[in-house]
Design a protein around this ligand. Structure first.
Ligand code: HEM
Length: 486
C-alpha cells in the first residue's frame, strides 16, 4: 500500500482523469476493447499540452502513456528501459525467449549476432522471391476483380487485406525458412491456418485479463485452440529446421551454387560455428514468421486504401513505377532505390496507420520527463506511436494523407523521432529494411497493373487495435486492370 501511495504521489503531476486509490480508472474504463483503445487514444487529445503524457491506472498499476517525439526519444534511447512490458508474456508459449520478448541481458548478445543477417547484401537476394509472389498476387487480384482467369465477379470489388496477407506469408516463409507454404495458391494448409488463428487467439487473450493466468486459459476453448496452433506451428518449424540441418550436414555446411540463402540457413551456420545455441533457432524463426507478415500486410493494405482515396497521389506513384520499371517485369534492387515517391506513400500510410501502434516498456530506472515529474522505476510506459505520428507540432493537418511530407525538402526541422513505425533506438525493428524493400516491390507490381478506387472512407473503417492495428472488416477497393496483367 505504501509503495502504491508513493507511486501515486510521484505521478500526481502527470495529466490523468480522476481515479480512485487501488481501483484506479477501473470504474470509467470501457469494458469493450474498441472503446478502451479509443479511450487511450482519446486521452492524447484530452491532454495535448507538454509533457505529452498521461497516466492510466489499471487498478493499482499505473501505465504512463507518452505521445511526443521528445519523450519517445528519452525512453527508447535510454539503455535502462530495454525490457518489454508484461503483455508480451502472452507471446511466450509461441515465441519463447526470442529477440522480440527476451529481457535485455539475453536480448543484447542475440541482437548483436542477428543484426548482420538483415544486411543489405543478404536482403537483395530475396528480391526474386518478392517478385515471384507479387506476380501471383497480381493474378489473384485479377481473378478476384473479375478480370482474370476463372471468376464470375464483374464489380471489381476486392477485399485486399486477405490477399496481401497470404502473399506476405508466402514471402516470409520462403525467406526465413527457405520453404514454400504456397499460402496464395493452396487452400487448407494447416500451417497457414495455425499462423492466422494463433494471432486471433493472442489478440482475444490480450483483451481479456481473466484469461492471462495460464491454468485458466488452458480451460477455455480459445486456450485449447491456442495450444493446438502452437503444437502445429512448432512441429512444422521443427521439421523444416531438422531437414535443413541434415541437408547442410550432408553438403558439409556449404550451400550449392545458385542456392538461395534463407534466414534459417544463416542461423544454422551460426549454430554450427558455435555462435548460437541450436535451441534458440526455432524461437527466432517463429518470431520472423510472426513479426514479418502481419505487420507488412497491414502496412501495404492501408497504403492501397489511401492510394484508392487519393487519386492524384496514385497517378503520381503509378507514373514513377512506369518510368522506373520501363516495361521490365521484375523489380530489381536498382529499381527499389529509385522508387522514392512510392516509398513516401508507404511511409505516409505507416504514419497514419502504424502496423504496431503501441509499444510497452518497463522502466529500469527513474525517468524524468519534465522539470518536476519523474516516472518511477519499475512502472510501465506505453509508447503511443499512433499519437506521436499525429502531433500537430510535427505534422500540420495530421489526418491528411500527404506523402510529400516525406520528401527530403519537407522533412527539414522535423524531430527525428516524430516518425517511428518501426520503433526507434537500439531495440527497434530488425526487419525494417526488409519490410520496406518487400513492400516497394509488391506495391510496384500492383500499381503497374491496377488502378485502385477505395470503396470505404477512412472514418467508416473501424479498427481493431491489439498488437497490430488492422481493419475490423477488411479493406475493400475496386480494382481496374490498366492493361494485360503481368
Ligand atoms: C511494416 C512492417 C513492420 C513494422 C511496422 C514493424 C514494427 C516493429 C516494431 C514497432 C517493433 C518493436 C516492437 C516492440 O518494441 O514491442 C518491431 C520489432 C521487431 N521486428 Fe518488426 N516490423 C515490421 C516488419 C518486420 C519484419 C519483416 C521482420 C522480420 C523479417 C520483423 C522482425 C522484428 C523483430 C525480430 C523485432 C524484435 C527486435 C528486437 O527486439 O530486437 N519486423 N517491429
Amino acid at each position: 500500500l505504501l509503495a502504491h501511495l508513493k507511486t501515486r504521489d510521484a505521478l500526481e503531476k502527470v495529466h490523468q482523469p480522476r481515479g480512485y486509490p487501488l481501483l484506479g480508472h477501473g470504474l470509467i474504463a470501457k469494458p469493450d476493447p474498441e472503446g478502451f483503445v479509443n479511450q487511450i487514444f482519446g486521452m492524447g487529445y484530452l491532454y495535448p499540452s507538454a509533457p505529452r503524457a498521461c497516466v492510466l491506472w489499471l487498478g493499482p498499476m499505473p501505465i504512463t502513456v507518452i505521445y511526443s517525439a521528445e519523450l519517445l526519444e528519452k525512453i527508447v534511447c535510454n539503455s535502462n528501459h530495454l525490457n518489454k512490458g508484461f503483455a508480451y508474456k502472452l507471446l511466450e508459449p509461441w515465441l519463447g525467449q526470442s529477440l522480440l520478448i527476451s529481457k535485455k541481458d539475453r536480448w543484447r548478445p542475440k541482437r548483436k549476432l542477428l543484426t548482420p543477417t538483415f544486411h543489405y547484401d543478404i536482403l537483395k537476394d530475396f528480391v526474386p522471391v518478392f517478385n515471384e509472389q507479387a506476380k501471383i498476387l497480381v493474378q489473384k487480384m485479377g481473378a478476384a476483380c473479375g478480370k482474370g482467369k476463372g471468376t464470375a465477379s464483374t464489380s471489381g470489388k476486392v477485399e485486399v487485406l486477405e490477399l496481401v496477407t497470404l502473399c506476405m506469408l508466402d514471402i516470409i516463409c520462403e525467406t526465413s525458412m527457405g520453404r514454400s507454404v504456397n499460402a496464395q495458391m493452396q487452400k487448407d494448409s494447416e500451417y497457414v491456418w495455425a499462423v492466422h488463428t494463433i494471432n486471433k487467439c493472442v489478440s482475444e487473450r490480450t483483451r481479456n485479463p481473466f484469461t492471462w493466468p495460464e491454468p485458466i486459459y488452458k480451460l477455455t476453448s480459445n486456450g485449447r485452440t491456442h495450444s493446438r496452433c502452437i503444437q502445429l506451428l512448432h512441429s512444422f518449424t521443427r521439421q523444416v529446421i531438422d531437414e535443413r540441418a541434415a541437408e547442410l550436414e550432408r553438403s558439409d555446411w556449404k550451400l550449392g551454387d545458385g542456392d538461395r540463402m534463407a534466414f534459417l540457413d544463416l542461423l544454422l551456420l551460426m549454430a554450427h560455428r558455435g555462435q548460437m545455441d541450436p535451441k534458440d533457432i526455432q524461437e527466432e524463426v517463429d518470431t520472423f514468421m510472426f513479426e514479418g507478415h502481419d505487420t507488412t500486410s497491414n502496412g501495404l493494405a492501408w497504403t492501397l486504401h489511401f492510394l484508392g482515396c487519393n487519386k492524384h497521389v496514385q497517378i503520381r506513384a503509378q507514373k514513377e513505377v512506369d518510368e522506373v520499371l520501363q516495361g521490365s517485369e521484375e523489380g530489381t534492387v536498382e529499381h527499389i532505390s529509385q522508387l522514392k515517391y512510392v516509398e513516401c506513400c508507404l511511409k505516409e500510410a505507416l504514419r497514419l496507420c502504424p502496423s504496431v501502434p503501441m509499444i510497452l516498456r518497463e522502466l529500469g530506472a527513474d525517468q524524468p520527463i519534465a522539470e518536476d515529474v519523474v516516472l518511477p522505476r519499475g512502472t510501465h510506459v506505453l509508447l503511443n506511436l499512433f499519437l506521436v505520428h499525429r502531433d500537430p507540432s510535427q505534422w500540420p493537418q495530421p489526418e491528411t494523407f500527404n506523402p510529400d511530407r516525406f520528401l527530403p525538402e519537407n522533412s527539414i526541422g522535423r524531430h527525428p523521432f516524430a516518425f517511428a513505425p518501426f520503433s526507434a533506438g537500439s531495440r527497434n525493428c530488425i526487419g525494417q529494411r526488409f519490410a520496406i524493400m518487400e513492400e516497394k516491390v509488391v506495391l510496384a507490381h500492383i500499381l503497374r497493373n491496377f488502378t485502385i478506387t477505395s470503396l470505404q472512407k477512412r472514418h467508416e473503417i473501424r479498427t481493431d487495435v491489439n498488437l497490430i492495428m488492422r481493419p475490423q472488416e477488411g479493406l475493400f477497393v475496386k480494382l481496374e486492370p490498366r492493361n494485360k496483367l503481368s
